[in-house]
Ligand binder design. Structure first.
Ligand SMILES: [Zn+2]
Length: 131
């Protein structure tokens, strides 16, 4: 099947030019260029112990427009040695770290407020909240 080398669309056999790009089609696409974010330095915004939680945070950050990757150590030998400790890290590019942390903190606050609204808080205010 011919492909357009510019927009990477696949066309029916017999089509010779991409109608969108006015570009001669090629039989095989050149290999995808390395995704640029592979060269990015990633920083962990949150460490969690299970994939479900990681997926929630990932979804949340993606929704906010952040590139996200999940570093899952639970399959490795390293994971065995740390047992139930955090094994999955949710990461964003270093450049986005501060913004992502701020947004996650806001989200946590919103959750905490919701929790407090539904169940009477028992702990006195200001306990163990310094970072
Ligand atoms: Zn094209």
């Amino acid at each position: 099947m011919p492909f357009c080398p510019v927009c990477r669309m696949e066309y029916q056999p017999g089509v010779e030019r991409c109608p969108d790009c006015d570009e001669p089609l090629v039989e095989q696409l050149p290999p995808q260029p390395e995704p640029q974010w592979d060269a990015t330095d990633w920083e962990t915004v949150e460490e969690v112990t299970d994939r479900a939680t990681a997926a929630i945070i990932e979804g949340f950050l993606l929704e906010e427009g952040f590139p996200v990757r999940i570093l899952d150590r639970s399959d490795t030998e390293f994971a065995l040695s740390v047992g139930e400790l955090a094994q999955i890290e949710v990461q964003v590019p270093v450049a986005d770290l501060e913004r992502a942390l701020a947004i996650l903190a806001e989200r946590d606050e919103a959750f905490a407020v919701e929790r407090q609204a539904s169940e009477e808080p028992e702990a006195p205010e200001g306990e163990g909240t310094d970072s």
